[in-house]
Design a protein around this ligand. Structure first.
Ligand SMILES: CC(C)(COP(=O)(O)OP(=O)(O)OC[C@H]1O[C@@H](n2cnc3c(N)ncnc32)[C@H](O)[C@@H]1OP(=O)(O)O)[C@@H](O)C(=O)NCCC(=O)NCCS
Length: 219
């Protein structure tokens, strides 16, 4: 099956991220974890409040390049809606920065379950077209997952291409057991991993997503 990239703009995740490190936190420079790309260095950090336009532009450009202009606009707007329309305690984003420019971004939003567990939805994620295929996406996601694990997030879920996400620890989950907020058009892309000592198999129940994802087009 060909995966439509707009169906897999992510990984989106929901958990209660600590309020002191939201996507728009001015404290966003803390964790740095550089990786080399030839002569250049990509720095991974939490997003800053002033870079919302850059986040929207990155997602718009990357998804236009990998799909269509309409898809680029859809995912760019999704990213803006997530950052501007989600409670700070329910969203966190991580950036890849090179030479002062935003070259990669991943957003995590809360997925709420009936029980009091902390679960994040990873989505969307984008690496600038000129930097793709060099390990930046995997490094960015691994950096983010480690940060979330350290914050006490228990599970991460995403909806995307398993060929990519299995490289960063995700495995298929059953939509009858972990019931998504909307009917999935491509249930093979429903993926999860544990960030705690509890196995991913222990996660179950129907989840709800943050408002920006209340649109069946994303599912
Ligand atoms: C998807 C994306 C975030 C990956 O980031 P990246 O930096 O290009 O990926 P990495 O270099 O870290 O890893 C790529 C690896 O995943 C594999 N892969 C499998 N499916 C893939 C896919 N759909 N997209 C990218 N890589 C994929 C590659 O073959 C490569 O394997 P290798 O390391 O064994 O050679 C980036 O390519 C991107 O922004 N693409 C456009 C937006 C998009 O399609 N998003 C939806 C993701 S499901």
């Amino acid at each position: 099956m060909t995966f439509q990239s707009h169906k897999f703009p992510h990984s989106r995740s929901a958990l209660s991220v600590r309020a002191e490190c939201p996507v728009n936190s001015p404290e966003g420079n803390v964790r740095r974890n550089p990786t080399s790309i030839g002569e250049r260095k990509v720095i991974f950090r939490i997003h800053r409040s002033e870079e919302v336009p850059a986040i929207e532009a990155l997602f718009t450009t990357v998804f236009t390049d990998s799909g269509t202009e309409a898809e680029g606009c859809l995912i760019g707007k999704l990213a803006r809606d997530l950052v501007e329309g989600t409670k700070a305690c329910e969203l966190i984003g991580f950036a890849g920065e090179e030479g002062g420019s935003l070259v990669a971004s991943v957003l995590f939003s809360r997925l709420t379950f009936p029980t009091d567990i902390r679960v994040c939805l990873l989505a969307p994620v984008a690496v600038h077209s000129a930097h793709q295929g060099k390990g930046v996406g995997q490094r960015l996601i691994n950096h983010a997952l480690n940060a979330l694990r350290n914050e006490g997030v228990e599970f991460a879920i995403t909806y995307g291409d398993p060929r990519f996400y299995r490289k960063v620890g995700f495995q298929p989950i059953c939509e009858d057991i972990v019931v998504p907020p909307f009917t999935l058009s491509q249930p093979e892309g429903w993926l999860g991993q544990s960030l705690s000592s509890d196995p991913i198999d222990s996660l179950d129940g129907t989840c709800s997503c943050v408002p920006a994802f209340h649109n069946p087009v994303f599912w």
